[in-house]
Design a protein around this ligand. Structure first.
Ligand code: 5AD
Ligand code: SF4
Length: 433
């Protein structure tokens, strides 16, 4: 989500006549687009702002801006923490950036905007050699998971009109983008109660169907769905829609029903297993990944073991593991953070090891097989090594040239590790997407 916001910010400033630079030292303005989900992310951003503040001594015109969730979360406090900060803009007001930059003195833009700007995402400048893009379909979140700061920083759900989203997807396809990733805090809640279900199809699935037939769009992904709304029509869409990738990131947070209830996550581990089973039946080789929080207040060894057990039974092939971090203003911040840091770290390490084994195992099934890879760019490993992703979201390295960026190539897989597949191009499966 932040990556997409950053792209939108940079497009906005380029339309206003600013230029992007790769060299931070050359910049007249540095903007930190921040995250508040965990405390560590805020500490890092504050450290970076502190470092940047020194530039003001030699260049009084140099400007520092804090955008995104930390801006919304800490607001005016940021000016007290670092007097060199010039402007603070929350996620709901990003469209005001260009006009804020024209002004002088400190500016604070947080809270709700005077007018909604749900179409603002459309004005985009695409970078050179770009063949994949994020597409925001909604903003905000109506859930109130006890640990999560997002509803406070991004507000309640707002859905972009379907026509705007389809229009933006067409624009992307016409500009060489072959793969789109639909974004939302709960992407499968798109439309909520405001848009009707038609023939048993939720608005999200209706949107997927419209995108699936767009010429030039070869792949559709989405991030992140919520287990509660993961309905059968979505599973069927995975079976029926040819562009929808066989890859799902389904955050479970915990495998203990007791902890899920405490987190105000309205599902059980049984529900997760049902979704996973149905998905695996409908979509061969589907990649399923997840997010897990360890060390939530009151999480016992038994609760943790239930999470490990769910991870193993569901056979997730990848996961992001987070150590619980109390966030001010959330419901769980009022509870005692009673799992010791060392214990959080131990649980984190146990799960990380499981994740590595699961990824290694999942990757091995592609050895000797030919997979389709959308070539995204140069890998860090040598000039002629390129990278791309399979439909089930495995990263692949192979020898190819810069001219292949944007093509879907058939690659025979020769070796695999926990994080990467490597292979050889066998034929040019399709032209440029
Ligand atoms: N502490 C730790 N992890 C968190 N996440 C959200 N809030 C917190 C928190 N307070 C994790 C969840 C979510 C991911 C984006 O970040 O796992 O899915
Ligand atoms: Fe946060 Fe829960 Fe909403 Fe996800 S669903 S953004 S974890 S409140």
């Amino acid at each position: 989500m932040n990556e997409r916001d950053s792209e939108m910010i940079s497009s906005q400033l380029q339309y206003a006549g600013y230029e992007l630079t790769d060299n931070e030292k050359m910049a007249d303005v540095v903007i930190l687009n921040t995250c508040s989900v965990r405390e560590q992310a805020e500490i890092k951003a504050l450290g970076k702002a502190g470092y940047l503040a020194r530039r003001k001594r030699t260049n009084p015109n140099f400007k520092i801006g804090i955008l995104g969730c930390m801006a919304e979360n800490l607001g005016e406090k940021l000016f007290k923490l670092n007097g060199a900060i010039d402007f603070v803009i929350g996620p709901k007001r990003l469209h005001e950036l260009a006009s804020v930059l024209e002004g002088n003195g400190q500016s604070l833009c947080i809270g709700d905007p005077k007018e909604q700007h749900l179409s603002r995402d459309f004005d985009r400048k695409l970078g050179k050699n770009k063949c994949t893009a994020f597409l925001s379909i909604m903003h905000g979140c109506n859930m109130r998971c006890s640990y999560c700061v997002v509803p406070r920083t991004r507000g309640n759900e707002q859905y972009r009109p379907m026509e705007d989203i389809v229009g933006e997807a067409k624009f992307l396809a016409e500009n060489g983008i072959g793969e789109i990733t639909l974004l939302g805090q709960i992407v499968n809640n798109y439309g909520g109660r405001l848009m009707p279900t038609v023939d048993g199809k939720t608005p999200f699935v209706q949107l997927l169907e419209r995108l699936d037939v767009l010429p030039g769009i070869e792949r559709i992904r989405y991030m992140s769905p919520h287990p509660q709304n993961f309905s059968d029509d979505l599973i069927l869409a995975h079976k029926n829609l040819s562009k929808l990738c066989p890859s799902v990131h389904l955050p479970i947070q915990s495998g203990s029903n007791r902890i899920l209830a405490a987190m105000k996550r309205p599902y059980t581990s049984g529900r997760i297993l049902t979704i996973v089973e149905k998905l695996r039946k409908a979509v061969p080789n589907v990649g399923i990944s997840t997010d897990i929080i360890v060390g939530y207040p009151g999480e016992t060894e038994e609760d943790f073991e239930e999470t490990v057990s769910l991870f193993d039974t569901a056979k997730f092939n990848m996961a992001f593991i987070f150590k619980y971090s109390p966030r001010e203003g959330t419901r769980s911040a009022e509870l005692i953070d009673d799992v010791k840091e060392s214990e959080k770290e131990r649980r984190n390490q146990i799960l990380l090891q499981r994740v590595q084994e699961a990824s290694r195992h999942y990757h091995q099934r592609f050895l000797g097989k030919t997979v389709e890879v959308l070539v995204e760019g140069h890998a860090r490993r040598g000039a002629d090594t390129m990278f791309g992703w399979t439909p089930n979201h495995c990263k692949v390295l192979f020898k190819a040239s810069e001219n292949d960026i944007g093509k879907i190539l058939s690659i025979q897989i020769d070796s695999s590790t926990t994080s990467i597949l490597s292979g050889t191009v066998t034929e040019n499966a399709q032209g440029k997407v």
